[in-house]
Design a protein around this ligand. Structure first.
Ligand code: ACO
Length: 427
């Protein structure tokens, strides 16, 4: 049989299926005709299912490769800026100087949010988790940018992309300021994307914040390293929400909700908490033992990945950046010592070797963010700022390719049909 054809035989029935060839990566069996033959495939967590066609990001988890529009993440992290990566993700090509300047100016011009949104914040408790506030406020943006928005119009989608990209750092910094009871700080458009975010986080009306270029670069790198990651849980959520033609701000809010979980974007916060709990290198063996114990729900946070069965290429850059930041700030963080020793021990432990569990992007990011003065409950918020561009790029691609509403099937294991007899007295 030709390698572009597959045959599935079930009892007397056989179904011919096409085998699709990607530019890179594993071949994909096209099962779209199976449903009409009375069969569905069963794949909880979609570990073997390609839910869409995409040209944005490629991951080879076995070899630790991550490409955005073909460009390796290591090169992007060291030789580009976050906004350049955003342009690449959105439009597919690296920008010329002229295109970049125009893009940057447009993104910069949309950084303010509608003044009425500031009032929305006051409906939240001050001790709310910032992800809860970010999710709520981002969803509420739909109420401000809905009526005139036609998602089938590429120009409208472009404007939406700019708005989301520009406003997300403003909303995120407001979440922080609100939680500590400080006044909101307006964006300053002569600063870089990362510099402006740090300014909105740390300036006060009575004190100017001078952006340190090393920290600004570290922040920018964190944004780059989290910008996109193929069809992960939050991106798939945005696509699923958007597949009905829903408002993009509401779709991004759905992505934020999915990102929040500790198995996804919440891992960096959980990882720092774990390092703080371990405290000193002497306690590491105890935690390694717990991570390996089937009866203990504890997992080594920042370790393991659904796709990477090798060192996460983003973790390598994150580790270098961590050293740069601590050196610049002249900090001797004992958590870095714990992290490095934990990594060394785990990478030499048969349990982690056999299960191919390597440090992921979140393993070092918490230490950097902590050094920047960012509280741990803001870590996932920062991930959300960075990932917004990935979500928009995928949402946009889905619209370009033509909407098909997401509607998975199921393996039903509930009751057979049965008679209903109510035991409730009716008035
Ligand atoms: N510590 C200890 N054991 C682990 C870990 C870990 N961090 N991760 C996986 N394992 C074990 C599992 O217990 C399982 O063992 P088993 O085969 O004996 O049952 C095996 O490795 C496979 O684990 P799964 O959960 O089936 O792998 P999956 O691909 O579904 O999960 C995940 C990936 C969720 C990331 C997992 O590795 C994990 O929970 N890691 C910790 C949380 C984390 O760092 N998440 C961030 C991911 S990166 C991101 O979202 C940006």
């Amino acid at each position: 049989m030709a390698d572009n054809k597959a045959k599935l035989t079930i009892a007397e029935t056989s179904v011919d299926l096409d085998v699709l060839s990607p530019t890179l990566g594993s071949k994909v069996i096209d099962i779209r005709t199976l449903g009409s033959k009375g069969y569905y495939t069963y794949d909880p967590g979609f570990t073997s299912t390609a839910s869409c066609e995409s040209k944005i990001t490629f991951i080879d988890g076995d070899n630790g490769i991550l490409l955005h529009r073909g460009f390796p993440i290591g090169q992007l992290a060291t030789e580009s800026t976050y906004l350049e990566v955003c342009y690449i993700l959105l439009y597919g090509e690296a920008p010329t100087q002229e295109q970049y300047d125009k893009f940057k100016t447009t993104v910069t011009r949309h950084t303010m949010i509608h003044e009425q949104i500031t009032r929305l914040f006051h409906g939240f408790r001050r001790d709310s988790h910032p992800m809860a506030v970010l999710c709520g406020v981002t969803g509420a943006l739909a109420a401000f940018y809905h009526d005139a928005l036609d998602v089938s119009n590429p120009v409208h989608r472009d404007i939406t992309a700019y708005r989301l990209l520009s406003k997300m750092p403003t909303v995120a910094a407001m979440c922080y300021k609100y939680s500590i009871g400080q006044p909101f700080v307006y964006p300053k458009n002569d600063l870089s994307y990362a510099g402006n975010f740090l300014h909105m986080m740390f300036a006060t009306p009575c004190e100017e914040y001078v952006v340190n270029p090393v920290l600004e670069r570290a922040m920018d790198r964190i944004f780059i390293l989290h910008a996109d990651h193929e069809q992960n849980a939050s991106t798939s959520t945005v696509r699923t929400a958007g597949s009905s033609g829903a408002n993009p701000f509401a779709c991004i809010a759905a992505g934020i909700a999915s990102l929040w979980g500790p198995a996804h974007g919440g891992a960096n916060e959980a990882c720092l908490r774990m390092l703080e709990e371990i405290k000193t290198v002497e306690h590491i063996p105890e935690f390694i033992k717990r991570a390996k114990d089937k009866n203990d729900s504890f997992r080594l946070m920042g370790f393991g990945h659904r796709v990477y069965k090798n060192y996460d290429p983003r973790a390598t850059v994150m580790r270098e950046t961590c050293h740069e930041v601590l050196k610049e700030l002249n900090l001797n963080d004992s958590l870095l010592e714990v992290a490095m020793e934990l990594e060394r021990i785990a990478l030499n432990d048969p349990y982690f070797i056999e299960k191919k569990l390597y440090p992921n992007v979140d393993f070092y990011s918490g230490i950097i963010l902590k050094a920047l003065g960012i509280p741990s409950n803001m870590f996932t918020v920062i991930f959300a700022i960075a990932r917004t561009i990935g979500w928009i790029a995928h949402w946009n691609e889905m619209h370009e390719d033509g909407l098909k509403i997401a509607r998975p099937r199921q393996l039903y294991t509930g009751y057979d049909e049965r008679e209903f007899k109510s035991e409730i007295k009716k008035k």
